[in-house]
Design a protein. Sequence first.
Length: 65
Amino acid sequence: MRVEPQGPVLIEGPVEIVLDDGTIARSDRFMVAVCTCRRSRTPPWCDTSHRRRERPAAPPEDRTP
């Protein structure tokens, strides 16, 4: 298991996680990212929602006379 700063917990798979309601979430992937920021739309799995969204800078206006 590896904890990523500002990101998910990475766990070598396969993985089974018991959720609060008692159901089991399973993944057979070789590496699983588990969300720790609670922003994921696919809990308990990370969907990279923890990444800061930045808008691209607007192109400079052309001010030729």
